[in-house]
Structures are given as C-alpha cells and as structure tokens.
Design a protein around this ligand. Sequence first.
Ligand code: M6R
Length: 622
Amino acid sequence: MCGIVGYTGGHQAAPILLDGLSRLEYRGYDSAGLAVRNGESLAEVVKATGKLYHLADKTDQGRSLIGTCGIGHTRWATHGDPSVTNAHPHVSGNCTGSGSGAVESDVVGVHNGIIENFAELKEKLLHHGYQFYSDTDTEVVVKLVDYYYKKYKIGPIDAITRTMVRVRGSYALALMFRDYPGEIFAARKDSPLIIGTADEAAYLASDVPAILKYTRQVYYIDNLQAARIAPGSVKFYDLNGDEVSLPLTEITWDAAAAEKGGYEHFMLKEIHEQPTAVRDTLNSLVKDGQIDLSATGLTDDVIGSLTQVDIVACGSAWHVGMAAQYVIEDLVKLPVRVELASEFRYRSIPMPGNTLVIVISQSGETADSLAALRVAKERGATTLAVVNVVGSTIAREADHVLYTLAGPEIAVATTKAYSAQLAALDVLAVQMAFLRGTVSGDQYTHLLEELATIPDKIRRVLEDKERLQWFSSKIVNAHDIFFIGRGLDYAISLEGSLKMKEISYIHSEAYAAGELKHGTISLIENNTLVIGVLTQSQLFEKTVSNMVECKSRGAYLMGITTNGNFAVEDSVNFTVYVPRTDEHFVSSLAVIPLQLLAYYTSVNRGLDVDKPRNLAKSVTVE
Ligand code: M6R
C-alpha cells in the first residue's frame, strides 16, 4: 500500500517522479504528492487528492516544480482520510496549513507502512513543542527524525537510526534534509524499498517498474537498514549507523512488460499474458521432461520426509492454495491444510513432524503472509515461498523460494500471477508424488505432458472472449452472483467470485455446491445469476443437480465445463467450454472465462478496472 519514489541527479526531478508514481499508482490512489529541491533552496511541496493526474495537472506535468532532487508518494489511506492535508510528503516544521508550498522545514519525508506507536510518539513530540497539522503517522515519524537530529546535533543517518529504534511497525521512508541538498535518506522495515543507481543519478522506489525506464541496477535494502543517496552514490547503514555493503542486482525484466502495450487496461493485457506466464514458469521447473527443483533448494530428502503440508496466503493466492490442496491430497496423499495468513498468524496451530509451510504471494510483501511465514519458522516448519517479485521480503526470509515467472503484474486484480502460481503448485505436487512413490513413472510422464499443454489451451480459451464480453453485457445490472462448484471447481469458484466482486462491485459469493441447501439457497430469486463450474467428472452431475435446484427457484444459470459435456446445455442458460485436459489441471483453464467475465462486467459498468476503489495491489499493512 502506498508507493514511494525518489530521484537525485542532473535532470528535473518532478517529471521523473511523476512517471515513477504513475507506475506505482496500483499501490494507492487516494492522493499523491511531491517534494522537490533546487540546490540549496527550500523543498517545494505539492499535493493533490484523487488520482495522480490531479497532481500532474497541478504541477504542469512536473514542469513547474524546479529542482533536481525530490521524493514522491501515492497514498492508500491508513491514518486520516484522503485529503490534501493528510497526503504525503510531510514536513517537520510547525506549519499550520497542509504542509504545502515552499516549506520552512529541516526534514521532509514520504512513508509507506504503519507506525503502530505513533500516538505515544506524538504525545512525546507535543510535549517538546511540536505541532501537528495532519492525522497521519507519517507526520509523527518525520517530526521524530527532526527531533533527534536537532536534540543530539547528529547527522541524518544517526537521526534516522535512532528513530528506527524508537518506532514500532512497518516503514519504507524517504527523507530530504534541508542541510543536505542533492541527497535523499531512506530507511526500511517490512515495507518494500529498492534503490537504483545510474551514472550521476540515483533512484528510490517501492517497486521495480517505477525506475525500470532509467536503470536496471538495483539494491534491495534490507530490513532495519538505512541508506544515503546522492547522484551516482549509494551507501547503506545498519541500525548502529555502521556502513554495510549490499549486492547490486541486475533486473532482467523486459521494460515493455510494465507498459499497457496497446491494451485498454493492464488487467486485459495480463489476462492475455497468461499463456506466457504459465509457460515460463513451467519451463523454469521442468527441464528435458524432468522436474528440477534445484533452484528452490528443496531436496528430495526434504520432500521425502514430509508428514504434512500447510499452505498459507491471502486473497487470490489463498485460492491457489485451495486448488493445490485438492491436487496434493489426490496425487501425494499427504494431509494438506490451507489457511488464511491473517488467521494463521494468530492461531496456535500445531505443526507435528516435518511440516512444509508454503507461503504463496505475488508481491512477496503482503503483511499477513509475511507474519505467517515468520510464525511458521518459529514453530520449526520448513518454509517454501512461492513468490513472483524477486528479492521481496517473503522470498528473502523463507528457507526455500520458488519464483513464478509472471513478470510485473500491475492491475490490482491478479490474473497472470494467479495462473503462474497454480502452475507452480501443480509442478510441486507432481514432483512430490513422484518422489514419494504415489504416482508411477508413466503417470509422472503423462502429468508433465498434460501440464505442458496448458499454455496453449489457455490461449484457446482466450479466443472465446467475445462470447463472454457479450454475456457480461447481460449481467451488468446483477445485484448478486453465486459461484458454485465442488472439489477443485469450488476452489475456482472462490477465485471467480473474488474477481467479480473486486472489480465490478457486484456482490458475489462462492459456495461449495453441496452447501447451498444449508442456507444460501434462500437468497435465490428470479433471475439471480448462478455460475456453476463443472470440470470434475465425478462431481459433474451433483453440481448440475444443485444448479437445477437453483433454476427451479428462478435462477439464471451459466456453466463452465470441458469440451464434450454438451448435455449441460439442457440445464443451463449459457455455457462456456474449455479444452479437455487432465482434471488435476483443468482449473488453470476454467478460471480464464471467469476472469474475462469479471473484466468485461467492470468495463461495461464504466469502472476503473485496474484500480478498483479501496484496494491496493500490495497489502503491506495488517
Ligand atoms: O501479493 P499477494 O499475492 O500476497 O496478494 C494477496 C492478495 O492481496 C491478492 O491476491 C488480492 O486478493 C488480489 N487483489 C486479488 O485479485
């Protein structure tokens, strides 16, 4: 949540900062702001509520803000409503206004994260004569840095590290000090922050796409580290203020991957990138017809000795876990438990024997998933992160990492990262089954051959998108939609329902089809849309029966099934077929029409598909 950027170098900073923020807008879009300095001059702060273009308009696309060093922020409000006053940057001075204009302040800063003890710190600062103009925890932390800076007459790094010791919570901070023109200071704990270098310039950002246009050379600043950034120079410090060295990483992403590339929305582009995302992920794990997990560090011995698998994640990543549960149970015959990270972290779940805890996360920064990972490690489990963003906190802290190769995902509603995760978990299940002897060599070969067909089959499902576009125009005014299925189809229903509600704002629920008559069926009225997922042959007839029960109470039915199950058309009003494939992997196909349906419904309702209200791509707060 919230995106931060920073630039210092030889060019005008504001257009670069706005460009970077435009690529981070998926992280927050309640308000945005910039602070830019021109040499020794005071920092000029400009803020605007709403989407980033308001800030761009206010600054003539950045041209009216003169200066070559600056910081910027796009906000997802946590403390205080989305107003100009609460928008970042925040300043240390005792100004009475909103902290905008040329600010008479020694410290100016932007922040991503939550300072948990901000109220207590604010009390302390009020006692020392500080005044506050906003409701934010960020203003408190900026003023605390200023307080230590002046009280102890120390340098910025020492003032920052003292602050880091004092605050509780999470932060990625970027600060400018009046006495240090041309420099930006940064600090990080549990919120993402990268620092990029180039000749005579340096950059700072919450995520790679913000700076990919300018440099591919980045440092991943560690937890509880601070940094000092000047044109062409970056230094890192630990909590004691001692300089530390960090490795420089070369980003290999294709810069075009973070652009819309002619599509109307990132989500549509990312839906279409799924064949590639799945193929790349599969190819990284399957070589010459054999699964090779050596890059993850998971050995055959570890896999062979497992007694239980726990999968922990949030949102769509949790839905991947739900799907993987059925596949692992069926192929590997190991007990599998799937938990929401936000629940797992506060439960006393026993982890007997050799438990593997798999944390699934696109961003690798989700606060609840990170906390769950730490809990699992404390309890002695072996941990595996299935993560898309290289160098993210979850990837760095897990014992083992399996990277999905979906590339940068910008739309808040995940599609290609979800599909890549599903493919990765399927490969893992097949390998576990093979190593533990629960599938034969022939079955192993068959399963891998089937997996290899998935990218092309996804492409074929995408070719049917016009029918879904047409159907979405019929349901655009729906009040409620129910998604039902059994087994793996239930897991896919969960994802279809979340996709629909998060971007179309139509209320929807996913139910295990057999549960309907235990309460939910009372909600079915004339024309209530019920979408049944029917890809599992053993459960097909049962789910059709449940759909017919809904139809006889007035429901309008849509079914998703595999090619050849034409009898379904006798019962449902609209049918979508996906290619036949091994039933363990058919979810990778069945989810595509549900993504398209949600996408077109959002478009037909005139909504902001890529940036749905109240949401942010990466949920780095609890
Ligand atoms: O980055 P993560 O995979 O950890 O994110 C988890 C969820 O926040 C995410 O999947 C969310 O549910 C998406 N908006 C769903 O489209």
